[in-house]
Ligand binder design. Structure first.
Ligand SMILES: CC(C)(COP(=O)(O)OP(=O)(O)OC[C@H]1O[C@@H](n2cnc3c(N)ncnc32)[C@H](O)[C@@H]1OP(=O)(O)O)[C@@H](O)C(=O)NCCC(=O)NCCS
Length: 170
């Protein structure tokens, strides 16, 4: 297993993985499948990802299992939150592993790289949003010493979702 930083050449792979892992994780929560597919097409459009990956505030990683890319992670550097007093904070924006490769320590390794990047950026906090009902992910973050610091709602199409904000002092 190895992990590398993604480049603009990887946007098609990230678009595919972004859609697939989101669908695997949350697809069942959508009553109307079109709400989901519209969101996925918007969020993981190749054009949008190209802009995101060349933005120096963003870093994407790709974990490999043999020759296969099995997930992705993204940090947004210098990303303040209303729930954190310091403006020197980063956001762990995405950490997704394909269903077939869960619970093999890949998430833990991605989390370590994200942590190291936040430290080398001189950030004081790292934070994230996680669906309250996503107990596996909440447990994962708690094990990695994040604590709940806020909550918010987010809507996708006709669905409303409840999120925790979790953060860790660096
Ligand atoms: C959250 C997420 C990224 C964690 O990734 P992961 O690769 O499964 O994480 P790890 O393998 O490091 O740890 C997960 C579990 O495996 C266990 N584990 C880790 N390494 C292990 C090993 N070598 N042998 C046995 N178990 C192991 C951990 O103890 C942990 O246990 P848990 O299931 O009780 O929580 C992953 O669950 C995921 O992609 N979920 C779907 C998408 C998602 O919800 N993303 C977060 C959105 S906010």
């Amino acid at each position: 297993m190895c992990i590398r930083v993604a480049t603009i050449d990887d946007v098609y792979e990230i678009s595919f993985l972004g859609k697939k892992t989101f669908d695997q994780s949350f697809g069942d929560l959508f009553e109307d499948r079109k709400d989901l597919t519209d969101y996925l097409d918007r969020t993981f459009s190749v054009e949008k990802l190209k802009g995101s990956i060349i933005n120096s505030h963003n870093v994407y990683w790709l974990p490999y299992y043999g020759n296969a890319v099995v997930g992705y992670a993204k940090i947004q550097l210098n990303s303040p939150s209303e729930f954190i007093e310091s403006t020197k904070s980063c956001k762990l924006q995405k950490i997704y592993v394909l269903k077939e490769y869960l619970s093999q320590g890949i998430g833990a390794q991605l989390n370590q790289l994200i942590y190291d990047k936040a430290i080398s950026n001189n950030s004081q906090y790292i934070w994230l949003s996680v669906l309250k009902s996503n107990e596996k992910a909440v447990r994962f973050y708690e094990r990695n010493l994040y604590t709940i610091t806020g909550e918010h709602l987010f809507s996708i199409g006709k669905e409303y979702f409840d999120f925790w904000v979790m953060s860790k002092k660096l």
